[in-house]
Design a protein around this ligand. Structure first.
Ligand code: ADP
Length: 460
């Protein structure tokens, strides 16, 4: 079932429930007040007639005259109010002229109730009509002299109630039909942007053109946010696919040169035309090309393991001890560059010792390679709040701002450099830092030097 129909059904059902409850309450209250109004009128009229009789007679006059003087009942009656007076035996002694030959009913219950001097109110079905009948005793002094009966047919009230009921039911149905149409229309208008988003997304996916984006109206509503989220998903997918394509191109490119060298040198060796010294050089060149390939392959392997979620061997480490080890190992690489130890705040981190050493050696190796002889590379540790910052700062050639933002990308190498690396070292270093819930950043000024800063959370 489509959302449009579901929304419409919701509107209609909710409105239906509200209207039915409202109509039921309204009808109930109306019926109650109309009936009480009738009862009140009947009681009033009966009261007036009884008072009239009491005013015109006294116990003595009745005893002396032997009869009761009765008031003119038509004064109290009206088109729909009938009045009748009965004596104590139940005989009708006077009635309003609108009753014609009809008599208001009397049964045993009413009779007994009047004998006990209790008023009585009851609805009688008479033919198709219901009659509301109020009977009240007439007393003179402390003697019961008869009863007044006042009746009103309920057909007018019933007709009014029927008309109201018809109006409520008809109104409810009409309102529901109207709301169903309006709801469908509103739901269509509301959902139209979603259809547009779906269509555009479908076009993007089917045309495999991930550089296209969904339109964002700028209203910052839910649909705009959906478009923005989907756009950032497309952007990520686009980057991902581009990176994949670039990665395969880069890998083939990187492997081609050493493979050509190995192959050329093997051909040379196979030709048997080389002297002893040339043979050794050729073998050496092939070996270093193979070394480069195997370094590249192991770097790639590590990165793909990292992507697949390689787990680290985490232990509690004294970071200054780790730095000291790295410092000593790196002495062998120094190549005329002075390797110095700066501030070394004590701190414990939770980490993989081998990976952290690999990261730092990589940074020091880069720093040494990009620093001319006579320059220096300083290793230091600073504590800063919850973190410890390990910096590898050199006084080398520095990195241009346009290269700085790409330095951690896979296969990114600064152009025009004599020294050819794979461009994977810093990508690996960054991954190791992030896998420790830390980060690796760089600050650099061309001609002055660079500082790579490893930020790790302190563990106590
Ligand atoms: P590579 O294996 O090619 O050195 P990296 O990822 O380690 O790859 O480094 C990427 C680029 O960053 C290199 O091409 C290099 O030019 C530059 N770079 C790295 N470290 C430094 C540094 N300390 N000073 C100047 N440039 C650096």
């Amino acid at each position: 079932m489509s959302i449009r129909i579901r929304l419409t059904l919701w509107y209609v059902s909710l409105l239906g429930i509200v209207l039915i409850l409202f109509s039921a309450a309204f009808f109930g209250v109306l019926k109650y007040s109309l009936t009480t109004e009738v009862d009140r009128t009947l009681q009033e009229r009966a009261q007036q007639v009884a008072l009239g009789i009491q005013a015109q007679n006294s116990l003595d006059s009745i005893l002396s005259v032997g009869g009761v003087t009765l008031p003119e009942l038509d004064v109290f009656s009206s088109r729909s109010i009938f009045i009748q007076i009965r004596d104590t035996k139940g005989q009708v002694i006077k009635k309003s002229s609108n009753l014609l030959n009809f008599t208001l009913p009397l049964n045993q219950v009413i009779f007994t109730s009047i004998q006990q001097e209790q008023p009585h109110l009851k609805t009688f079905p008479i033919g198709d009509v219901e009659l509301r009948l109020y009977s009240v005793p007439i007393r003179l002094g402390n003697r019961l002299i008869g009863m007044v009966q006042v009746g009103q047919p309920l057909n007018e009230i019933q007709m009014t109630l029927q008309r109201v009921l018809f109006f409520l039911i008809g109104g409810t149905i009409a309102a529901l039909v109207l709301v169903a149409f309006l709801g469908m229309f509103l739901a269509r208008i509301t959902l139209r942007p979603i259809e547009r988003i779906t269509m555009t997304a479908h076009q993007i996916v089917s045309a495999q053109d991930l550089s296209r984006r969904l339109p964002v109206a700028g209203t910052n509503d839910e649909l705009d946010r959906l478009s923005q989220t989907m756009n950032s998903m497309f952007a990520r997918l686009d980057n991902f696919f581009r990176a994949q394509t670039r990665l395969s191109a880069d890998i083939s490119h990187e492997l081609r040169t050493p493979l050509t060298i190995v192959r050329g040198n093997l051909d040379l060796l196979g030709s048997g035309m080389l002297g002893e010294a040339d043979r050794a050089d050729t073998i050496g060149a092939a070996r270093s090309a193979l070394d480069r390939m195997s370094r590249l392959v192991s770097d790639l392997l590590l990165l793909s393991q990292a992507d697949a979620g390689l787990t680290l061997k985490m232990n509690m480490l004294e970071l200054d001890g780790v730095i000291l080890d790295v410092y000593q190992q790196a002495q062998a690489l120094s190549n005329g560059v002075k390797l110095k130890l700066g501030r070394a705040d004590q701190s414990q981190v939770y980490g993989d010792e081998d990976r952290l050493k690999q990261l730092l050696i990589n940074l020091i190796d880069n720093a040494i390679k990009h620093t001319p002889p006579g320059g220096s590379v300083t290793l230091s540790i600073h504590r800063e709040d919850e973190y410890v910052l390990v910096s590898v700062a050199d006084t080398g050639e520095g990195i241009k701002p346009e290269d700085l933002s790409h330095i951690f990308d896979r296969f990114y190498r600064v152009k025009g450099q004599k020294r050819k690396g794979s461009g994977l070292g810093l990508a690996i270093a960054k991954w190791i830092a992030q896998a420790h819930n830390g980060d690796l950043s760089v600050e650099s000024e061309p001609g002055v030097g660079s500082a790579f800063i490893l930020k790790l959370p302190i563990s106590n």
